[in-house]
Design a protein around this ligand. Structure first.
Ligand SMILES: Cc1cc2nc3c(=O)[nH]c(=O)nc-3n(C[C@H](O)[C@H](O)[C@H](O)COP(=O)(O)OP(=O)(O)OC[C@H]3O[C@@H](n4cnc5c(N)ncnc54)[C@H](O)[C@@H]3O)c2cc1C
Length: 254
């Protein structure tokens, strides 16, 4: 495993199983976050199950006899080697997202993992986390991990820039506001791209706000997650501002 596994204090042994071994997750809770989005809490039946904040699992299901696999970022920090959350939105006419959103509590789904290198760099520097929509999932995992222990975040500054169209889609908004109240080195900026009557917060696309936050700085890391166009727009902006590509980590959902 890469260096961050050590930084997060996890061996990722998973009972010696490879991340490609098929495991079973039981859905313990399915909670709506908005009309089209759900927060799902799963329990792995073959615990211990370890992962590094920011990684994803690959879930499998049968559709008309054919096996379908889709990736879902883990939306929780490593906590008990047994459970993980995902934050999922229904894609119109999409098979897997609707299958999971309609799953009954107590039902089981097969998956393998953890996978992915979208994890905190080691050492952690001042960082800006940039997400739209359910791209917030790996950010929640990383931020919950960082702010769980003072030694993980002290002496550094962290910004979360979260963009959605409408205020109802600011998933985990209260949690991030609370994190900001508790930690003077965490700065949360929620921005809406559509007209929302009554909204007094930031407006526009995430990259416009990120540009203002980073200013002339290049000694930071950026973590970007969401759909392709938004990821590209932010990478282009940061590269145009002279950033080293190693400082720009990203995960695309489409
Ligand atoms: C590494 C990784 C992590 C991911 N993590 C998450 C996550 O945490 N939460 C989450 O909700 N999704 C996540 N996704 C997206 C997820 O894997 C599926 O692509 C998504 O759920 C749609 O699958 P589907 O079978 O319902 O739709 P499909 O039948 O595969 O797609 C239907 C149509 O929707 C488009 N589409 C695909 N994905 C999206 C999307 N996310 N938003 C809008 N349109 C899309 C496709 O291009 C296609 O045209 C992740 C993807 C990757 C690669």
């Amino acid at each position: 495993m890469h260096r961050i596994g050590v930084a997060q204090g996890k061996g990722l042994e998973n009972h010696g199983m490879s991340p490609h071994s098929l495991l079973t997750a039981r859905l313990l809770e399915s909670v709506p976050l908005s009309s089209q989005t759900k927060h799902l809490l799963f329990e792995v039946q073959e615990a211990p199950f370890d992962f590094v904040a920011g990684q994803f699992v690959s879930m499998k299901a049968l559709k008309e006899g054919r096996e379908i696999t889709r990736a879902y970022s883990i939306a929780s920090a490593p906590r008990d080697q047994r459970t993980f959350d995902i934050c999922l939105n229904r894609v119109p006419n999409g098979f897997f997202s609707n299958y999971l959103c309609d799953l009954e509590e107590g039902a089981e789904v097969q998956f393998h993992g953890p996978h992915g290198l979208f994890v905190l760099r080691n050492p952690v520097r001042d960082s800006v986390f940039i997400a739209t929509g359910t791209g917030i999932a790996p950010m929640r995992s990383m931020l919950d991990w960082l702010f769980a222990e003072p030694t993980r975040h002290e002496g550094r500054q962290f910004w979360l820039v979260f963009g959605t169209r409408y205020s109802e889609d600011l998933y985990y908004n209260e949690q991030f506001l609370e994190m900001e109240r508790k930690h003077p080195n965490f700065h949360y900026l929620a921005t809406l791209s559509r007209d929302n009557p009554g909204w007094t917060g930031a407006r526009g696309y995430v990259q416009e706000h990120v540009a203002k936050i980073v200013g002339e700085r290049q000694d930071m890391d950026a973590y970007i997650c969401g759909l392709r166009d938004m990821v590209q727009a932010n990478r282009d902006m940061l590269k145009g501002a002279g950033w080293d590509r190693k400082s720009i980590l990203f995960e695309r959902f489409d």
